[in-house]
Design a binder for this molecule. Structure first.
Ligand code: NI
Length: 253
C-alpha cells in the first residue's frame, strides 16, 4: 500500500553501522521518506542522503537556537538550494527541555520562518510544552507560510483544532500508539483525513509493537494502522490519503 515516512533522522549516528541496509529496507516498503535536519551537521547529513525517493529538510531545532546567527542562516540557504531539499525544519519551541532561553528560541524560530518564506519552503514544526507561544508566533506567519506541519503532534484535540484552523497539517508519530496516549488518539480523531500525516521520528519513538527498539522509517506502518483505526478507515485508505497529503505538503511529484 502507499505509505510515506514524512519525518525521520536517518543521518543519526544510531544508523552508522547499517544505514544503507536500513534505507534499502525502508524503500522496499515505503513510497518515499524525508530525512529531517536538526542543526547544521545533521542538515548536511540529511542532504548527503538525498537520492531517488529520499528527500531532506534543513533547519535548526530549538535545542540549538543559540546557534541561529547570520552565518548559520546563510549555510541553511546554501543547503536548501540542493535539489531534493523540500522543507525547512525542524524548527520551533521546546519548553520541556529548555536548552536555550525562551526569548532566544523565539528569535531563532522567527528568523527561520522568515527564511522559509524567502525560500518558499514548507516548515516542519517541533512544539513541546510550548503550545501557546508556538501558536501565537505561527498565527502571525500562517498566511505567508508555504505550508506548515505540526510534527510528532503531542498536544490535545483543542490545540489540534487551533492549528488546523491556521491551515496546517498535523502529523502523528509512534507515540500515538502507546497505550497511555489516548490524548493523542483523541487529537487524531479531530484531524480531517486531508490534513493528516504520519511519520516515525526514527530513531526515536518506535511504535507498538516495536516500542523500545531503535525505530526505522518502515515502522510507520504500525502508526498508520492505529491512526486508521481512530479514523475508521482501512490501513490501505489511510496510507493512500496520507501519501497524497505528503505529496501536496512537500510538493513532491
Ligand atoms: Ni524529529
Amino acid at each position: 500500500m502507499p505509505l510515506v515516512d514524512t519525518h525521520c533522522h536517518l543521518q543519526s549516528p544510531r544508523f552508522d553501522d547499517d544505514r544503507e541496509a536500513v534505507i534499502a529496507r525502508c524503500l522496499e516498503q515505503l513510497d518515499w521518506l524525508v530525512v529531517i535536519g536538526d542543526d547544521i551537521p545533521s542538515s548536511e547529513g540529511a542532504v548527503a542522503l538525498i537520492r531517488d525517493r529520499v528527500y531532506a529538510t534543513v533547519g535548526m531545532h530549538p535545542y540549538y537556537a543559540e546557534g541561529v546567527d547570520d552565518a548559520c542562516l546563510d549555510r541553511l540557504r546554501e543547503l536548501a538550494a540542493t535539489p531534493g531539499v523540500i522543507g525547512l525544519g525542524e524548527i520551533g519551541l521546546d519548553y520541556f527541555n529548555e536548552y536555550a532561553p525562551r526569548d532566544v528560541q523565539a528569535v531563532a524560530f522567527r528568523r527561520q520562518l522568515d527564511l522559509a518564506i524567502e525560500l518558499d519552503l514548507p516548515v516542519v514544526i517541533h512544539n513541546r510544552d510550548s503550545d501557546e507561544d508556538a501558536y501565537a508566533i505561527l498565527a502571525e506567519y500562517a498566511d505567508r507560510l508555504p505550508g506548515c506541519v505540526m510534527h510528532c503532534f503531542g498536544s490535545d484535540a483543542t490545540y489540534a483544532e487551533r492549528f488546523l484552523a491556521l491551515g496546517f497539517y498535523v502529523s502523528f508519530a509512534g507515540n500515538a500508539t502507546f497505550s497511555k496516549a489516548q490524548q493523542l488518539r483523541d487529537a487524531a480523531a479531530v484531524v480531517p483525513l486531508d490534513r493528516l500525516l504520519v511519520e516515525t521520528d526514527a530513531p526515536y519513538l518506535a511504535p507498538v509493537p516495536l516500542r523500545g527498539k531503535r525505530c526505522e522509517p518502515w515502522h510507520v506502518v504500525h502508526t498508520a494502522a492505529v491512526i486508521a483505526e481512530v479514523k475508521g478507515v482501512s490501513a490501505e485508505e489511510l496510507g493512500k490519503v496520507t501519501t497524497d497529503n505528503a505529496r501536496r505538503f512537500y510538493r513532491v511529484a
